[in-house]
Design a protein around this ligand. Structure first.
Ligand SMILES: [Zn+2]
Length: 192
């Protein structure tokens, strides 16, 4: 088959408006999403306000600063918790002084190697074959800033300050959670 001249894909536009979308569910609970991330890699990020401590449950892909964008929600202290250490859930954990995840995945987060395959992961060209989410191309539909270099993206090292395990109690002052170890999707997946 004759080949035409190679055409490079059209450059991504810069996102208009804010990178993160905030949806208050009331009672100090906010759902945060990244609408310009493709659905397969778009994480539900939850901010939960507590009297003595806030939780940020997962932090998304890390292409834009979650900490800066959500600072208006924070109380005195905030801990970023990971439901599991996959790259689409821990991209912003390095921004938080308190960083929690299951003990089985703490080393991966510290090494900034969430899947053990991160060196091969390129957000500018993803190839997803999961049924219902098949896609090839960039992981974003817009860039956070006009000059953002998608190929330079990486998960940054985080310092894990608390290693969670089954039955651990999380006390926010006026809200309390119990850690449930739910291995399957990943060895250290947890629920609260
Ligand atoms: Zn995952």
């Amino acid at each position: 088959m004759p080949m035409g001249p190679a055409t490079s894909p059209a450059p991504l536009p810069a996102a208009s408006g804010d990178w993160f979308q905030f949806r208050s569910l009331g009672e100090g609970i906010t759902l945060i999403t990244e609408p310009h991330v493709i659905p397969f890699l778009r994480c539900n990020i939850w901010h939960i306000r507590g009297r003595g401590l806030d939780l940020m449950v997962d932090t998304g892909l890390g292409v834009s600063s979650l900490h800066a964008a959500s600072r208006h929600l924070f109380g005195q202290r905030v801990a970023a918790l990971a439901t599991h250490v996959h790259l689409d859930h821990v991209g912003g954990h390095h921004e938080f002084a308190e960083c929690w995840c299951h003990c089985l995945e703490a080393d991966a987060l510290t090494r900034a190697d969430p899947d053990g395959t991160l060196a091969d992961f390129d957000l500018s060209e993803v190839n997803i074959q999961v049924p219902g989410y098949e896609t090839g191309g960039p992981a974003l539909t817009a860039l956070p800033t006009p000059d953002y270099d998608l190929s330079a993206w990486e998960i940054k090292q985080a310092t894990v300050t608390r290693r969670l395990d089954e039955g651990d109690a999380i006390d926010l002052g006026n809200r309390h959670f119990e850690v449930l170890h739910l291995p399957g999707h990943s060895p250290g997946s947890i629920g609260l």
